[in-house]
Design a protein around this ligand. Structure first.
Ligand code: ATP
Ligand code: MG
Length: 333
């Protein structure tokens, strides 16, 4: 397994009413080439902020206050993305690292035909392709997202939301990046279209082995496509490991709660339980483990939720890490 992205001690802060809000708190994780990693967490847990940290698009009042993000290029070079200037980063954007996000549909220029988006993207980043070659690739990519070639002649307003989202996925793959970051890529779409797009992405991965990072609050949609799963809670990474292990043998009570809250058409809905309570106020964090107020282990009197013990992560199983120091008690839930 070769790493593609090593995130080391990343923190991103916002200033809100003169108070510091640490949206991503000392997050470390390694993503391997060819992985499909899901990053899940409730609204406000810091997923999009993490994505903007990797993409170097954190804007004031936000700021990366510490950390390194080491990108391993296909040639084996190591680049700390955070040390690059915007101009230097631009060399990697689209050609190596690219993104599709929830509101992506708005990035299509209403006055340009879809094919012109492909041409302009290629012209802006790669002068080596002739226009005929670009169009050849565009056609092939449209096919891979199951859109007809004629869509290239359309304007964005002539497409449905799902078609626009698939167009953007095709566009993001034009320059053959090796890392694709998808922030809630399907959330605005109906469930059938969500599954359809996930299936398309899975096929693209089978064909190209592109590394993907999916950020979403909806684990039921991505569970079938990711091989690794990371769970965020109140700005912290709380668990990370193989998806099956996190589903069936979680070692953090929050992951346990999420897995038991997934609705499924097939099983007994009455057994599904939402996690009671809410995430903490990020401007006023409790001086204890951040999950304590909602934690079933703490409520059973089996853990004191000592903050200092949650400042590090524990290797609970083979390549599985948890922030819960009482992780052995998750089995008793
Ligand atoms: N521009 C900003 N200014 C101030 N605070 C911000 C800003 N952007 C994000 N935050 C704060 O950072 C925290 C993390 O937000 P983020 O958007 O990363 O969450 P998320 O996990 O992507 O949520 P969602 O599922 O709703 O997309 C939140 O507490 C949010 O209020
Ligand atoms: Mg978000």
């Amino acid at each position: 397994m070769k790493p593609i992205l090593e995130i080391k001690n990343l923190s991103v802060d916002f200033k809100v009413n003169d108070k510091a809000l640490r949206a991503v708190d000392d997050l470390s994780m390694t993503i391997y080439r060819g992985d499909i990693v899901g990053i899940i967490g409730e609204s406000g847990s810091g997923k999009s902020t993490l994505a903007s940290g990797i993409l170097k698009t954190v804007r004031a009042p936000g700021k990366v206050s510490q950390g390194e993000i080491i990108y391993h290029t296909p040639d084996g070079e190591k680049v700390d993305l955070l040390k690059l200037s915007s101009k230097e980063y631009a060399k990697y954007r689209w050609t190596n690292i690219t993104t599709v996000f929830q509101a992506a549909q708005n990035v299509l220029n209403p006055s340009l035909k879809i094919k012109e988006h492909f041409l302009e993207t290629a012209w802006a980043h790669d002068n080596s392709l002739s226009d005929a070659e670009i169009m050849e690739k565009a056609k092939e990519l449209m096919k891979s997202v199951r859109l007809e070639e004629r869509v290239l002649e359309s304007y964005p307003h002539q497409l449905s939301g799902g078609m626009k989202q698939r167009t953007i996925i095709a566009l993001s793959l034009l320059l053959e990046p090796d890392l694709l970051i998808l922030d809630e890529p399907t959330t605005a779409l109906d469930v059938i279209t969500q599954w359809y797009i996930i299936d398309i992405l899975r096929k693209i991965h089978d064909k190209t082995n592109i590394t993907m990072i999916f950020l979403t609050h909806d684990v039921s949609i991505i569970g079938s496509v990711v091989n690794r799963l990371a769970v965020m809670y109140a700005g912290q990474l709380v668990e990370y490991g193989d998806v099956e292990s996190l589903f069936f043998d979680p070692t953090h009570p929050y992951t346990y709660g999420l897995m038991h809250a997934i609705p499924s058409l097939r099983d007994d809905m009455s057994k599904r339980r939402a996690i009671p309570g809410y995430p903490p106020n990020m401007l006023n964090l409790p001086h204890m483990c951040r999950f304590t107020p909602r934690c079933p282990i703490a409520q059973a009197g089996k853990c004191e939720g000592i903050k200092e013990k949650t400042d590090v992560m524990y290797n609970s199983k083979d390549s599985q890490f948890t922030r819960c120091y009482s992780w052995e008690k998750v089995k008793e839930l």
